[in-house]
Design a protein around this ligand. Sequence first.
Ligand SMILES: NC(=O)c1ccc[n+]([C@@H]2O[C@H](COP(=O)([O-])OP(=O)(O)OC[C@H]3O[C@@H](n4cnc5c(N)ncnc54)[C@H](O)[C@@H]3O)[C@@H](O)[C@H]2O)c1
Length: 322
Amino acid sequence: MEKMAVTGGAGFIGSNLAERLASQGYPVVILDNFSTGREQNLSGWTGRFSDRVEVVRTDINETDTLRRLFQGVRFVFHQAAIPSVPRSIADPALTHASNITGTLSVLIAARDAGVSRVVVASSSSVYGDDQTLPKQEDRVGNPLSPYALSKAVCEQYCRLFQQLYGLETVCLRYFNVFGPRQDPRSEYAAVIPRFCTRLLAGRKPMIYGDGEQTRDFTFVDNVVDANWHVANHPRAAGGVFNIGCGTRTSLNQLVTWLNSILGTALQPSYEAARAGDVRHSVADVSKARDLLGYTPAVSLQNGLERVVAWFRANTEAWDGTA
Ligand SMILES: NC(=O)c1ccc[n+]([C@@H]2O[C@H](COP(=O)([O-])OP(=O)(O)OC[C@H]3O[C@@H](n4cnc5c(N)ncnc54)[C@H](O)[C@@H]3O)[C@@H](O)[C@H]2O)c1
């Protein structure tokens, strides 16, 4: 079977994607510098697929190493990035190096190695200050953070590499992904793993702002499905697609649902809103549906039940840190 490469494969989304590819029988090379990725995202499953999974500790800016590792690879799933808005505001140079220069390196290596298609993780953050709801792919505003800017630049590099060098690229604008292996521990952690682990530890979840900001929370299996779908779809090449569920949920509503799944009744505490955060975000999912026939299979409610079950069963992933 043809080989696949996953950059950022030791991270949350990348490890879920790499596991799926390996379980479908594909040889997979994982490239990661373990800056935010973790060994434990790999240790639970790579042993089952030791005949076909190779893990290489490398920075994606090591273009020569990537060129070598991409030999014979059909699809590159580029997930590696510093994935946080507040972290990008605190350290824009780091975000630039990993997200922009790193993506350029991935594209150059993929082009030189003759890779068929590169699927790139973009982000709903590229919609920036545009107020239109739901978010449609062709209406983007000004980025509100170095992270958002980095994803917008990556999309432009992808477009150019397809136009100039014939390297097929697809960009997926993920909307607030959640699921097993998402890291709740850092100060830059996403809300669902933070809320879940705080509630499991019997502590109040903490919300930045009034909690009425809305997001389109998307279970990670939907994102994994979408990556595979667009890698194989002839009409996806050169495209940019929203990957979300198309439903808006406020953070206050999310806490209510998580409390009900967990059987707890812990009310949130509120802190000042953070710079760079958009107020409302929800995907218009019609482009991926109408052009490619992709629809998300896992509902928010079902995804929340699954992620709560995972954090309950994997306390070592967060114990003592919530
Ligand atoms: N999680 C979300 O809600 C979300 C939303 C929109 C977009 N995204 C994008 O999806 C991708 C995956 O995000 P995630 O949530 O799994 O984050 P993550 O931090 O769990 O995974 C990112 C991985 O990239 C690796 N990495 C970072 N810089 C690297 C470098 N220079 N060289 C090699 N490896 C490097 C990290 O070690 C980590 O394993 C990112 O591109 C992110 O921007 C995520």
